[in-house]
Design a protein around this ligand. Structure first.
Ligand code: ZN
Length: 399
């Protein structure tokens, strides 16, 4: 009995400490008096906990506040340099390495450009990234609470395994082991779009929503889903929107099927379609499409290039069909579109909406919001860092 009571008190102390830390984080600056009021704890308990958090350097007295008569109140704030997260965004073109502080500000960045198309190169890239941090921040390695790695491909996030990545030419690649061979820190791997939806959900277009979908349209199509405020993940992949069938004909996909959404909407299909229109003699400033990128076609569509505009409008119609399927299945409040399409300056979203309305259930489309991503690829380090901080430092509690 006595033992249980002691355990409960110990648990309560941890919860109170966590609650105070989270409140200080969310309020940016707060006085001891306001902390007492917000938590309903005794001033003595609040003092004990804030003293302990100061001793651990998690918080600091940031200034002495305005006095309303009597002693001036002490204002607490987070010591943002108490903990750090490393994030690495892997693409087939290389890696972007960030060190992110406790307020989710990236404070250090390095970009490594090298084509990553096999296991050895990916392993070496992970080592290079981590060794850079360890030499440039040698005195702060202790403060690193976790390492987030975003990967284009199918992942097993529980075992830190890349099950398959056609972009990086990986299969059953043990990312946890690649990290462990350099540094002993907890590793979190994310599908690329998972890191992006998290960044938008915490800080960007998704902040006001609890049920949202992120669709990345660039070299193929990716998708992620936040359900009731939580990243929805399946243990071994899923949400392969790019391989959902939207027509029974069309070019053959590498997955073996035909009519896959990713084969009809994204960079390569846009280039192929533009070439067709050029051959048909449609008005355009381009003489051929082979050396262009998706973004070139989108920019040209902004400048009244007829063929480019036609290509993107056709893609909007097809993307709308793919999105209507998501709307019918998940009924999200918001769909965020990422990738080069966000640089279109005409009413592309209206085109997509029109197509969705044609194909999805009306009660679901009425309240549906569609937005372009706020941060683009920059949402990736933000999303990973905040996710890891909430798992390691600012663990949400329900009292
Ligand atoms: Zn496919």
């Amino acid at each position: 009995m006595g033992q249980n009571l002691k355990l409960d008190q110990e648990k309560l102390k941890i919860l109170n400490r966590q609650n105070i830390l989270n409140i200080i984080r969310n309020s940016k600056e707060i006085s001891r008096g306001d902390l007492t009021e917000k938590t309903g704890l005794s001033p003595t308990t609040v003092s004990t906990i804030t003293n302990e958090l100061m001793e651990n350097n998690m918080i600091a007295e940031i200034c002495v506040g305005e006095s309303s008569g009597g002693r001036k109140p002490i204002i607490f704030g987070l010591n943002k340099h108490a903990k750090y997260v490393i994030t690495i965004r892997l693409t087939y073109r290389g890696a972007i390495l960030d060190l992110v502080d406790m307020e989710c500000n990236p404070i250090y960045r390095k970009e490594f450009k090298e084509y990553l198309d096999n296991e050895i190169k990916v392993r070496k890239m992970i080592s290079t990234c981590l060794e850079n941090i360890m030499s440039d921040f040698s005195e702060n390695v202790e403060r690193i609470v976790g390492i987030g790695i975003s990967v284009p491909g199918v992942i097993d996030y529980k075992d830190n395994l890349v099950i398959y990545s056609s972009r990086l030419h990986l299969s059953n690649f043990d990312m946890g082991d690649a990290v462990r061979s350099v540094i002993d820190k907890k590793t979190y791997i994310f599908k690329d779009t998972d890191s992006m939806i998290l960044g938008e959900y915490y800080f960007g277009e998704g902040r006001e929503y609890k049920d949202l979908v992120y669709i990345l349209v660039e070299n193929g199509i990716g998708m992620s889903y936040v359900n009731s405020g939580k990243l929805f993940r399946l243990p071994r992949g899923g949400f392969e929107l790019g391989h959902t069938t939207i027509t029974s004909t069309g070019p053959k996909c590498q997955c073996g099927s035909v009519g896959c959404l990713g084969m009809l909407v994204s960079e390569m299909p846009a280039l192929l379609r533009l070439n067709e229109l050029i051959k048909e003699g449609m008005e355009t400033s381009f003489s051929q499409a082979s050396n262009l990128n998706y973004i070139d076609i989108i920019r040209a569509s902004n400048n009244d290039d007829k063929a480019s505009r036609q290509v993107i409008e056709e893609q909007a119609e097809k993307l709308g069909i793919g999105m209507a399927n998501i709307v019918n299945l998940l009924n999200p409040e918001l769909i965020i579109i990422g990738g080069p399409l966000i640089y279109s300056k005409w009413d592309l979203i209206s085109c997509i909406k029109k197509s969705i309305k044609k194909h999805a259930l009306e009660p679901y489309t009425d309240k549906l919001n569609i937005k372009f991503s706020k941060f683009g690829h920059e949402s990736s380090p933000l999303g990973m860092a905040n996710f890891i901080l909430e798992d390691e430092v600012f663990i949400p509690i329900n009292i």
